[in-house]
Design a protein around this ligand. Structure first.
Ligand code: ADP
Length: 464
């Protein structure tokens, strides 16, 4: 069933690399983003795609492309045998998993290893230690990294749940151990709600993640989401590249990210950076990773989870630190040392996620054909996107169609730049989050920098 077709073939650089050809096991903007770096490094690329993505930019851009099945992710982007077959048939010597899909799947990393294809990311053992959130918390406690107080392990029983809340106090949050994308979390404020919440959370976790395991955490009130980017090589060196503030969320899902955080000063950055480096060292980590923390109003921070992959919001760090994180991932996978790397931060960078969603209809997905897709440009503006005029946004996958990233000297200048770039971003044919972001940029609350993860709950979007 493999339909192997040839695409463009460009090599622009003579830079030496251990990889000749990288298969990108992903779609959309991140697949394209990874291939752009490969092209700069002189590495050939292979795209994989589902039938519904045949016209996607990542397929057109790749040197070779292999159709791996129908739209259903299970049959294509999550189908390990088909992806491995595509890599073997094209002779790829490495696979970059991007984010989502198989990026944090230890089994996939293991299968790659068993067929001598380098998985660009940590080993299966490292993913196992960090992928399961509850195990990760236990590892962090052992490494001396502060974690949110809560259950020592998974919770199955009502009595046990009530015992835990006696120690932590209410409110608490029930979280799926295999969770991701802000799904399946439940806040509980009193004993009488616990039984129902526990059962529903377990059922939902089973449905969404095929794993009913849940754990309980103290619900940190009015927190900010601040995460630290780290890089670790195969020689025991780990560095951090500062923080990203991802506090602007809708239903626990990030919408706007920035660096530096308006709330983090140099002393706190050092403390959080040191904790993140300790976290990575605790599992002998290899590759790019992100340690996510909640920061409370006393500026105490707590480990939440580690993402063992490139993050959606990585470009803000790239812009502030003048680094290509995908290139670093590839070099680390090839055995390079980061010992002598010195990344110097400069300026302020903000990212808005442009989703095919209707902000007037509770962010309902808005798939369909783009009639006009005009992206902004000019000084300090970057657009990461696989979309183009006439492209049809499929309804089968994530609704993000672009990331708009701006960089300027100060936060105020970055906000002004983001506002003008959003004004220049014209999408006709579907609804997007662009008008919503414009209003956020103009709001005094966002401009003040003083808000918490509940910011959007009280934000009033003015319908046009
Ligand atoms: P996921 O992996 O599903 O994205 P996370 O553990 O990263 O889940 O949490 C996503 C968001 O949920 C956080 O950024 C935060 O807004 C909220 N959250 C998670 N745990 C807590 C907690 N203990 N207290 C308060 N908010 C939390």
């Amino acid at each position: 069933m493999i339909n192997h077709c040839s695409g463009l073939n460009h090599k622009h650089s003579s830079e030496k690399t251990l990889f000749n050809k990288i298969l990108v096991a992903n779609r959309g903007e991140i697949a394209l983003r990874i291939m752009q770096t490969c092209r700069e490094m002189g590495i050939s690329t292979v795209a994989v795609y589902s039938t519904v993505d045949a016209e996607s930019m990542h397929v057109k851009y790749a040197d070779e492309a292999v159709c791996i099945g129908p739209a259903l992710s299970r049959e294509s982007y999550l189908n390990i045998p088909r992806i491995i077959a595509a890599a073997e048939v094209t002779n790829a010597d490495a696979i970059h998993p991007g984010y989502g899909f198989l990026a944090e799947n230890a089994n996939f990393a293991e299968v790659c290893d068993s067929v001598n294809i380098k998985f660009i990311g940590p080993t299966a053992a490292m993913i196992n230690q960090m992928g399961d959130k509850n195990t990760a918390k236990a590892t962090m406690i052992a490494a001396g990294v502060p974690v949110v107080p809560g259950s020592p392990g998974l919770v199955t029983d009502l009595q046990e749940a009530l015992e835990i809340t006696k120690r932590t106090g209410y409110p608490v949050i029930i979280k799926p151990t295999a969770g991701g994308g802000g799904k399946g979390m439940r806040v509980v404020t009193e004993d009488s709600q616990m039984e129902k919440a526990l059962n529903t959370a377990r059922n939902e976790a089973e449905q969404s993640f095929g794993n009913s395991g849940v754990y309980i955490e103290k619900y940190v009130e009015n927190p900010r989401h601040v995460e630290i980017q780290i890089l670790s090589d195969q020689h025991g060196n780990t560095i951090h590249l500062g923080e990203r503030d991802c506090t602007v969320q809708r239903r626990h899902q990030k919408l706007i990210e920035e660096t530096p955080s308006p709330l983090v000063d140099e002393a706190l950055r050092k403390k959080m950076g040191d904790a993140a480096v300790a976290a990575a060292r605790a599992v002998n980590y290899e590759g790019a990773g992100t340690i996510e923390f909640l920061l409370d109003k006393h500026k105490d921070f707590y480990f939440m989870e580690m993402n063992t992959r490139i993050q959606v919001e990585h470009p803000v760090t790239e812009e502030r630190y003048d680094v290509d994180l995908v290139k670093e991932q590839i070099l680390i996978a090839a055995g390079d040392s980061i010992k002598d790397r010195n990344f110097v931060p400069k300026g302020h960078s903000i990212e808005c996620r442009i989703n095919a969603e209707d902000p007037e209809q509770l962010f309902r997905p808005s798939p369909g054909q783009l009639q006009v897709f005009h992206t902004p440009g000019g000084h300090g503006v970057r657009v990461d996107s696989h979309a183009y005029a006439s492209y049809v946004v499929p309804s089968n996958y994530d609704s993000m169609i672009a990331k708009l990233i701006v960089t300027a000297h100060t936060r105020d200048e970055a906000i002004a730049r983001m506002s003008r770039a959003l004004d220049e971003f014209i999408v006709v044919g579907i609804k997007t989050t662009i008008p919503f972001h414009k209003q956020v940029m103009h709001s005094p609350a966002f401009q003040s920098g003083e808000y918490d993860t509940s910011f959007l709950e009280s934000f009033r979007y003015e319908k046009k």
